[in-house]
Design a binder for this molecule. Structure first.
Ligand code: SF4
Length: 316
């Protein structure tokens, strides 16, 4: 815990917050390619779910596409941190594209678990949010019906599986830890032989950011979460704060602050999702400091030392 200045509004700064190792790796890959080869560098889907990161890379020559058919033959294409289905990789090979894999190694772990569980004959229940890029990729690891998506404990009763004795589960990496535990419990109650991954799929960065919010939420009148609206882990931070009884706002950047509301508050919490750059938090602190006499107190619940190596073809 470190005290930075003194004043009449208290800002409790959650730590860890902002970029995780998987996001840093993915963004560094695109930056490295732009510096080494120049633009355009194609990226399938948003490299990470943050509008500032995407706009910045776009300005420097990155071209974001929804699917590979928008990538010219022979071009370089980066797969986003959220991963891609095997069919997408196969299509890239068929097209002769130069693929650089930005998939977070912790998302890649979920893919390999899905493939392993399906290969041994299990029906895999994937806990996650429909339509998210990560979920779309993992569902693509098997034929429809071999991996089935559920979003909540209420969905467990509706599941149809070929053999109740051969069911395993996996989770999206950015879910709420507490809610997911309840879903797994419901699955285990219905399928007592349920198997799971060797270690949790909800990643260290998601877990730490939620723990940090939980640690400070009860003391705050409002929690500000910096992140984009399509950022799963940022949305989960808002929900975690609300479940602690604290109102929470998701803000894209300092422009979303509502000065009139902030003028009435004495204690606010501040955090940022794993895809939100740290400078966006600095901007919010600077703006609060311009408007109020601010004391910033940082609460650190974990020290993150995780780093992921770049892809081998980039490390040379
Ligand atoms: Fe990887 Fe977790 Fe970061 Fe997602 S939030 S990119 S799974 S470290």
């Amino acid at each position: 815990m470190s005290q930075v200045s003194s004043g009449r509004m208290q800002v409790l700064l959650a730590s860890p917050r902002s970029f995780c190792a998987g996001v840093e790796r993915a963004v560094n890959i695109v930056e490295h390619l732009l510096a080494e080869r120049g633009g355009p560098i194609y990226v399938r889907r948003q490299i990470v779910h943050n509008t500032h990161v995407v706009a910045d890379l776009q300005d420097r020559g990155a071209v974001f596409v929804d699917e590979l058919d928008a990538v010219p033959d022979g071009a370089t294409v980066v797969l986003s941190a959220h991963g891609a289905a095997p069919a997408v990789r196969a299509e890239a090979v068929r097209r002769g594209l130069n693929v650089v894999d930005g998939t977070c190694p912790l998302v890649a772990k979920v893919h390999s678990e899905a493939a392993r569980f399906v290969a041994r004959g299990d029906t895999v229940v994937l806990i996650g949010h429909s339509g998210h890029d990560e979920i779309e990729g993992v569902l693509g690891e098997a034929d429809p019906g071999r991996i089935v998506l559920i979003e909540s404990a209420a969905d467990v009763a509706e599941l149809h599986v070929a053999d109740p004795g051969r069911v395993s589960y996996l989770t999206q990496t950015t879910l709420a830890v507490d809610e997911t535990a309840a879903v797994i419990e419901a699955l285990r109650a219905r399928f007592p032989a349920l198997q799971g991954p060797r270690s949790d799929d909800i990643c260290y960065a998601t877990t730490n950011r939620q723990r940090a919010v939980t640690a400070i939420a009860a003391e705050c009148e409002l929690m500000l979460v910096v992140g984009s609206r399509n950022s799963s882990n940022s949305l989960r931070l808002v929900e975690v704060a609300k479940r602690c009884g604290t109102p929470a706002w998701l803000i894209e950047d300092v422009g979303d602050l509502v000065p009139e509301t902030l003028a009435e508050l004495d204690v606010i919490g501040l955090t940022a999702g794993a895809s939100a750059p740290p400078h966006l938090v600095d901007d919010v602190l600077a703006e609060l400091g311009r408007r109020r006499d601010v004391t910033v107190t940082q609460y650190e619940v974990a020290r993150e030392t995780v780093r992921f190596a770049p892809p081998a073809d980039l490390a040379r």
